[in-house]
Ligand binder design. Structure first.
Ligand code: NAD
Ligand code: DAU
Length: 339
């Protein structure tokens, strides 16, 4: 079997490539990425030693490049991780989110149609449902909820989901969509909460907590997400959406305190800063459908996953030091100075 994995040099794409090489040792994995600020080719150093892995630098919004890639490989499966993914960046520059997440997905879907594939899996997000009230702890995201995206990021992801599903209904393309909650684990770019706080704490810098820190996210270890995608891709029902998450809701401030505690750093590093515009209050996945149909449940307990994630960042200083010493410095200044 031949798989196209887009966004392969990003956080989840990288973890998925390693997952697939281990779980499907007889298959060919072709990873592509345009190596934007979030894509790091060094993530794939180990994968490149495996003859079942091929990497190509390519942009999903480039119709010609995608057409020749599909023609060259004749893919069986497409898993589309490639996206602009950071909510804060979508608030300052929405255009690239629409181009990448909506137009890029449409170009891939057209190639899938034209060349024929077994299945196209679209990686969606739980953010398309908007948010849940903080106090209504008996309410969860189910697949049948209406879409109510809050940010340009989540609106563009909702557009991509709907396009993928429309190609199933209109053209009969085999499509599945997963909508996952917040991932954490190795290789996450340090613009996101956990790696940003970890790195700041290690450098004795302030930890910028938005608003009062009480917003809730539902955290999932990245390998559990990779397993869910692998399962849906091969066993999920055509045209279906699967929510992926494991009832692990936490307030942001509690995550920050766990990180500080684990690193032995003082809570005086915490700085409450101006809130994110349109900040979603609470995300919480109901995984009943994927559990009932495919038997999936997360395997990693948060207490274990966060410890191994912290140790990964402690042990891979060179990986993140290279990132935070580059253009990231400008990003950080723009986003956090005088906030
Ligand atoms: P990421 O930003 O780390 O990775 C995205 C990758 O896509 C990067 O390597 C980037 O260079 C690449 N990319 C961007 N534009 C591209 C283009 N035009 N052509 C080719 N490659 C391009 O993000 P991530 O956290 O790994 O997210 C991967 C996917 O999972 C996204 O679709 C995201 O919406 C979704 N998702 C993420 C989470 C999470 O918590 N991180 C949760 C649910 C869903
Ligand atoms: O739910 C899935 C989504 O999770 C994915 O679709 C997105 O791609 C991914 O980025 C993530 O979105 P969030 O906005 O929830 O993640 P982020 O890490 O940016 O923020 C998590 C929470 O932490 C959120 O409530 C905002 C807060 N935060 C974030 C940063 C970067 C802070 O308080 N301070 C910060 O500096």
């Amino acid at each position: 079997m031949k798989y196209l994995v887009t966004g392969a040099a990003g956080f989840i794409g990288t973890n998925f490539v390693y997952h697939m090489l281990e779980k499907h040792p007889d298959d060919l994995i072709v990873g592509i990425d345009n190596l934007s600020y979030a894509g790091n080719i060094k993530n794939l150093d180990e994968a490149q030693k495996n003859s079942n892995f091929v990497f190509r630098k390519a942009d999903i919004t480039d119709t010609e490049a995608m057409t020749s890639l599909f023609k060259e490989f004749g893919f069986d499966y497409v898993v589309n991780f490639a996206a602009q993914t950071h909510v804060d960046r979508s608030i300052t520059d929405p255009g690239i989110f629409v181009r990448t997440n909506v137009l890029g997905t449409q170009i891939l879907l057209d190639c899938a149609r034209k060349f024929g594939i077994r299945r196209f899996h679209q990686i969606g997000t739980d953010e398309v449902y908007g948010d849940l009230p903080l106090e209504a702890t008996d309410k969860f995201f189910v697949e049948t909820l209406p879409l109510k995206a809050s940010s340009p990021y989540s609106a563009s992801k909702a557009g991509a989901d709907l396009l993928a599903l429309s190609y199933h209904r209109t053209f009969g393309l085999s499509v599945t969509v997963s909508r996952c909650s917040n991932n954490y684990g190795p290789f996450q770019f340090p613009e996101k909460l956990i790696p940003l706080m970890l790195i700041n704490a290690m450098n004795d810098r302030e930890l910028p907590v938005y608003g009062n820190g009480m917003n809730v996210r539902d955290w999932l270890y990245v390998e559990d997400h990779c397993e869910a995608v692998d399962l849906i891709l091969h066993k999920g029902r055509d045209g279906e959406i699967y929510n992926v998450g494991g009832h692990n809701e936490m307030h942001n401030i509690d995550i920050v305190k766990i990180i500080l505690g684990e690193l032995g750093k003082p809570e005086s590093l915490i700085k409450y800063v101006t809130d994110r515009k349109g900040h979603d209050l609470r995300y919480a996945i109901d995984p009943t459908k994927i559990n009932g149909e495919l038997g999936w449940l997360p395997k990693t307990k948060f207490a274990d996953g966060i410890k191994s994630t912290i140790h990964w960042y402690v042990d891979n200083k060179a990986w993140w030091e290279e990132i935070v010493s580059g253009e990231y410095r400008e990003y950080y200044k723009k986003m956090y100075e005088n906030r």
